[in-house]
Design a protein around this ligand. Structure first.
Ligand SMILES: C[S@@+](CC[C@H](N)C(=O)[O-])C[C@H]1O[C@@H](n2cnc3c(N)ncnc32)[C@H](O)[C@@H]1O
Length: 278
């Protein structure tokens, strides 16, 4: 009965596909319950409890944002900029969520070359990112010095005192990444219920025009001593925001940048580089 309902909701083809994923899921949730939750509109990823992100399997729990394929795409391309690595990279991910971005970088770059920290205001996100760090084998507490490490830290990077001396977030950084909240108020009203009911509004809202977090990130990386010479700052942007974000980085941080397209040819990532001599 519920499978029939799912078919009427998603179409027979998609329902059959999702049914197969549920059958293969390793979660302890009974199949009937999975079907009922999906029919009620819950995203499949939360029901299954994990999803692939590049070659990694990332654990998921509502309300922490479900990593998107666009983010996976630019993170893989970003790792290529650091091949072969010329030195140890100190990485800071702002708004880390599941930890997917720094964890994929840890996976893609040679062992012992990445020390990543991820900041998130949400305790749910920090807890989940810690679980993912352990599952992927990059937990800072257990890893030896020859391993890449990722440590999630609960803090707000909008706080004027960030990074407080006691946080363990010690500049300078070689790479700053962020997929910040970038949905404007107008866009939020248009989002489907599958997003607004299950994903944390804190992960979505970027202020009235969606650009608040880019101003904050540009001001942060503009601080003296925050970036190493030649450091890279890579931020994901929403539809139609890329040119404006480029201007913000230029005017606030004096950083020149380029724009990367996503697999659907949309301007998705602004990638800036600090001068080789600062
Ligand atoms: C769009 S989600 C991105 C999550 C993850 N990086 C990804 O790509 O899937 C933005 C994240 O920023 C976090 N966030 C929102 N405001 C923040 C703040 N002031 N300081 C730190 N993190 C914040 C949210 O909790 C959320 O996890």
């Amino acid at each position: 009965m519920t499978l029939a309902l799912l078919s009427s909701r998603l179409g027979a083809r998609q329902a059959a596909l999702e049914y197969q994923w549920m059958m293969r899921a390793t979660t302890a949730v009974p199949l009937d319950e999975m079907l009922a939750r999906r029919v009620a509109g819950e995203p499949l990823q939360y029901i299954l409890g994990d999803q692939p992100f590049g070659p990694l399997t990332i654990k998921l729990r509502s309300p922490v944002l479900i990593p998107r394929p666009e983010t996976e795409h630019w993170t893989i391309r970003l790792a290529e900029l650091f091949r072969p690595p010329t030195r140890q990279l100190s990485v800071l991910d702002l708004g880390t969520g599941t930890g997917c971005i720094p964890l994929l970088l840890c996976h893609l770059l040679p062992a012992g070359t990445v020390r990543a920290r991820g900041i998130d205001i949400s305790s749910d996100a920090v807890k989940l990112a810690g679980e993912n760090a352990a599952l992927c084998g990059f937990s800072a507490s257990t890893a030896g010095s020859a391993r890449n490490t990722f440590q999630p830290i609960q803090a707000s990077f909008l706080d004027p005192l960030f990074p407080d001396k006691n946080l363990g977030v010690d500049p300078p950084f070689d790479l700053v990444t962020s997929n910040p909240p970038y949905i404007s108020w107008a866009e939020y009203l248009e989002l489907p219920a599958s997003v607004t009911h299950y994903e944390d509004p804190k992960a979505l809202f970027g202020g009235p025009d969606g650009l608040d977090f880019y101003h904050a990130i540009a001001a942060l990386v503009a601080r003296r001593g925050f970036l190493n010479p030649g450091a890279v700052v890579a931020v994901e942007v929403g539809d139609g925001q890329a040119d404006r974000v480029q201007q913000i980085f230029q005017s606030t941080a004096d950083l020149k940048s380029e724009i990367w397209l996503d697999p659907w040819k949309k301007k998705r990532t602004v990638v800036a580089r600090s001068a080789l001599a600062i």
